[in-house]
Design a protein around this ligand. Structure first.
Ligand SMILES: Nc1nc2c(c(=O)[nH]1)N[C@H]1C(S)=C(S)[C@@H](COP(=O)(O)OP(=O)(O)OC[C@H]3O[C@@H](n4cnc5c(=O)[nH]c(N)nc54)[C@H](O)[C@@H]3O)O[C@H]1N2
Ligand SMILES: Nc1nc2c(c(=O)[nH]1)N[C@H]1C(S)=C(S)[C@@H](COP(=O)(O)OP(=O)(O)OC[C@H]3O[C@@H](n4cnc5c(=O)[nH]c(N)nc54)[C@H](O)[C@@H]3O)O[C@H]1N2
Ligand SMILES: [Mo]
Length: 772
């Protein structure tokens, strides 16, 4: 792929013809089986089809004729790739040579089609039979202390696979079950239970039809959950004010043209999404949220003075919350100058938003990585809850807190036991169901795994999907330590960098994609996933598998389990693989409240919802009430400002899904042909004496004595707050210290990384890691 940069301002809306053109280009370039692709797209997110493998946004009960978006279609095309990564591919390329390839080129080589073992002597992957692979993995796992083995999961695997995988780890003897959620919405999973007693959002799709106001913080809807633009568009057309806080002007929150609406595509104007768009500093959200709460309080004071309607929902606050008085005292003591300085926004702007919010009966508060991936990510989530609680905007139609999750089943994986936190799992029930003593010690999360690999205490890594080495922080130390692992096993669909750094014994095991037909001894199989709004959907793949040698993920998990564990007649791995309905029966037995009659309810249009206390104003907190979080905090970064120090935000482009880089077009941001950019405010460029287009390095500025650097970045002026810079994830991950993570949730603080700029003496210097 080329790396010829071009920068042009994109004037179009999100969606629109740009999205149609982009898709057409992808379909052609990717050697996709085009007819197959079109047939598949029609089934995407339909009750009788497959759940999109891209984002986890809710799937409506009455889907559109084409219930997919540009990026969901790219993900489908990606799995339909006609290219093949097989033994012949590895005869052409050594693993060392492949390590110089870009992320995009690795995955673009095609689907992995046969089980492979790494052969160190020839530095190549060589074919292996499934039986041999399982036997060797079982042997190795048996020889390792359970506490030294890690079972990572990326958030794509189904509920059935995830349940089996978590059980495998616990039967083996550990809770080392980190998953991508540890790098993502774990701040939500820690913060929401403390504030409102549920680990997930409280909003369902129907609430968008009833809401009077939408606030959004740090989420990029046009790229990461484009189907959410449909309810947003409808809300905007109803006159619902949408107010957005994001350091960057993300096109999806500005305007949208629905590619599925012929009138709008043929000359109709794009729909304006946000009526107010404010650009706080990265990490400035505590100041924003407290400022909004303070402004509400001022409005409430004025209402009391003038005898107007109260702005604080006093009936709700009294009946349902705890800690309000302390919070009010904190708000009164806050100084507007400090709020303005830390948020980067004028008090008048915040007061203006508060006025709109105060007029709304029911409001939805949406957020994403812009809140969770900070040192104070958990505080961010809790302060957002405060804002909702002051207005009683939880547990009422059209109202609620709406974290937009990432991977298509990341939320569900937690629901069925993939977690390092034993207290979140019904261990006693598992003990009774399967007749064993489950491990009770806390397991390793992502941060713990990185540390354990670096210090040598982790000996084995099994990855159920994902690209751990690229997704995690502290890239260089992690990569340097990785080959010292005894065993690495990667279950994957496509080749990525995590497959190119191997333990002494290493296997690469290819699995079916969710879009593919899954036929087992008991006939064709369906799986299930949980969306962002906690609704459970059936997913049936119908595409012919990329190869006959692929196994399904449940079959791979069962294969490893049978080889690594002592036989246990109460765990019928074989029967489970033959008929996934039996896994669902097991899930229903372990989790009867949410999954009773699982098989009967599977396939309900719109999915079937899990229980959610906060939606009914039942608060599963220690006090039995929703809890205000009175924290005197204005910045989420966890570090002080310093003259040369900048706050690095790492973002996704419109042409990637996490570490899967589809191409080099970040259309909405006007960046084409390259990912090696550093977006900067013009004042910072001038202040630091840089020139537009100059190549610079970013150097970590964490004061921990470790040198971290990413070079070859092109200075690019951009509309963002001064003092903040933007680079792409995963290229910038070498700059994130493993210790720079959210307090309590351990989510790497990827949205405010302390960095400095170093001028490059030699502009040809090549950066660490694969180019570009
Ligand atoms: N097409 C596509 N879809 C995806 C993904 C993908 O990579 N591609 N990834 C999936 C996954 S796993 C996830 S978790 C989600 C991620 O989806 P998002 O939650 O949208 O995550 P990001 O794109 O990382 O960044 C979110 C936004 O936060 C803003 N931001 C950065 N710092 C701050 C801050 O300090 N304050 C505020 N208010 N805003 C800030 C950024 O400008 C950006 O617009 O999307 C999922 N869907
Ligand atoms: N700096 C920075 N770092 C970040 C983030 C950030 O915003 N900034 N975001 C974080 C977030 S939110 C997340 S969720 C993580 C993502 O971390 P991961 O989930 O580990 O990474 P992905 O890029 O989603 O994984 C892609 C790989 O998954 C495999 N795969 C795809 N489909 C399947 C399947 O159906 N089955 C199996 N077994 N494998 C499959 C393919 O081989 C593909 O190469 O990254 C985190 N890292
Ligand atoms: Mo994520």
């Amino acid at each position: 792929m080329t790396d010829t940069p071009a920068f042009r301002r994109y004037q179009g809306p999100a969606g629109g013809w740009g999205s149609v053109r982009s898709l057409a280009r992808h379909g052609l370039r990717r050697r996709t089986r085009t007819l197959a692709a079109l047939a598949q797209l029609r089934r995407q997110n339909k009750p009788d089809g497959f759940a999109c493998v891209s984002c986890s946004w809710a799937k409506p009960a009455k889907p559109h004729p084409f219930e997919f978006c540009e990026n969901g279609a790219k993900a489908t095309f990606w799995d339909l790739d006609a290219g093949r990564v097989d033994a012949a591919f590895f005869r052409r390329h050594t693993v060392t040579a492949l390590r110089t390839w870009a992320d995009c080129d690795l995955e673009a080589s095609g689907r992995i089609t046969e089980p492979l073992r790494y052969d160190a002597a020839s530095d190549r992957y060589v074919p292996v039979s499934w039986e041999e692979a399982f036997a060797a993995i079982g042997r190795e796992l048996k020889a390792i202390e359970p506490a030294a083995a890690v079972f990572y999961a990326s958030g794509r695997a189904s509920l059935e696979t995830s349940y089996m995988y978590a059980l495998l780890a616990r039967l083996y003897g550990c809770n080392n079950l980190p998953d991508s959620s540890n790098m993502c919405h774990e701040s939500t999973s820690v913060g929401l239970p403390r504030s409102i007693g549920v680990p997930v959002g409280t909003v369902r799709l129907e609430d968008f039809e009833k809401t009077d106001c939408i606030l959004s913080f740090g989420q990029n809807v046009g790229v990461n959950s484009p189907r959410m633009l449909h309810p947003l568009q409808e809300a905007s057309r109803r006159g619902v004010p949408i107010l957005t806080f994001n350091p960057l002007r993300e096109r999806g929150w500005e305007r949208f043209k629905n590619p599925q609406s012929p009138p709008q595509m043929l000359g109709g104007a794009a729909t304006r999404i946000s009526c107010e768009y404010l650009q706080p500093r990265a990490g400035g959200d505590p100041a924003v949220l407290l400022g909004l709460c303070k402004a509400l309080l001022e409005l409430d004071d004025a209402a009391r003075r003038d005898g107007g309607a109260r702005v604080v929902d006093t009936a709700f606050v009294e009946a349902h919350t705890q800690g309000f008085d302390d919070f009010v005292a904190l708000l009164r003591a806050l100084d507007w100058d400090a709020i303005a300085r830390e948020s980067g926004l004028a008090p008048e702007a915040l007061r203006g938003v508060a006025e709109v919010y105060a007029r709304a009966e029911s409001a939805i508060l949406i957020y994403g990585m812009g809140l969770t991936q900070h040192r104070h990510g958990v505080d961010n989530v809790r302060l957002l809850c405060n804002l909702a609680l002051m207005r009683g905007s939880v547990g009422r139609p059209g109202a609620g807190v709406c974290p937009v999750r990432g991977h298509s089943n990341v939320q569900g994986q937690r629901t069925v036991g993939i977690t390092e936190k034993p207290e979140l799992v019904p261990l006693d029930r598992l003990a009774a169901q399967y007749g064993f003593e489950p491990p009770r010690d806390k397991g390793l999360d992502t941060v713990g795994t990185v540390r354990g690999v670096v210090d040598g205490t982790v000996r084995a890594f099994v990855g159920l999907g994902g690209n751990f080495l690229r997704a995690a922080p502290e890239t260089e130390r992690l990569e340097a330590a990785w080959p010292k692992l005894r065993l690495t096993v990667q279950v994957a669909t496509k080749l990525n960098r995590s497959h190119l750094l191997n333990g002494e014994v290493a296997f690469l095991l290819p699995c079916l994609s969710r879009i593919e037909r899954d036929r087992q001894a008991g006939g064709p199989q369906a799986v299930s996933v949980e969306d962002s709004t906690a609704c459970i959907h059936r997913s049936v793949g119908v595409q012919a598998p990329a190869s006959e040698r692929l196994l399904s993920e449940p079959a791979i998990v069962a294969g490893i389990a049978e080889a690594a564990l002592a036989p246990n007649p109460k765990v019928p791995w074989r029967e489970w693989v033959a008929d996934y309905a039996r896994v669902r029966d097991a899930i229903a037995e372990t989790y009867p409240v949410d999954f009773h009659d699982f098989n009967a309810r599977l396939g309900a249009p719109g999915g079937f919802p899990r229980t959610n206390g906060a939606r009914e104003r039942i608060w599963h907190t220690p006090s039995g009430k929703a809890e205000f979080h009175a924290v005197d905090l204005l910045s989420a970064t966890g570090f002080d400002d310093a003259p040369e120090r900048l706050r690095l935000i790492t973002v996704r482009s419109n042409d990637q899904f996490n570490t899967t880089v589809y191409g080099y077009s970040d259309r909405f941001r006007g960046i084409e042909g390259t990912r090696r950019v550093l977006l900067m405010h013009r004042d910072d460029i001038a202040r630091l004496g840089l020139a537009e287009g100059e190549q610079v390095s970013l150097v970590g500025d964490a004061d921990d004595g470790v040198h971290r650097e990413v070079g070859g970045l092109r200075v690019t002026p951009y509309d963002l707050p001064a003092g903040c810079v933007v680079g792409y994830y995963p290229e910038c991950n070498p700059l994130i210290p493993v210790a720079h993570h959210a307090i309590d949730s351990h989510v790497p603080a990827a949205k405010s990384v302390p960095v400095r700029i170093k001028r490059e003496v030699d502009p040809r210097r090549v950066p660490a890691g694969p180019a570009p």
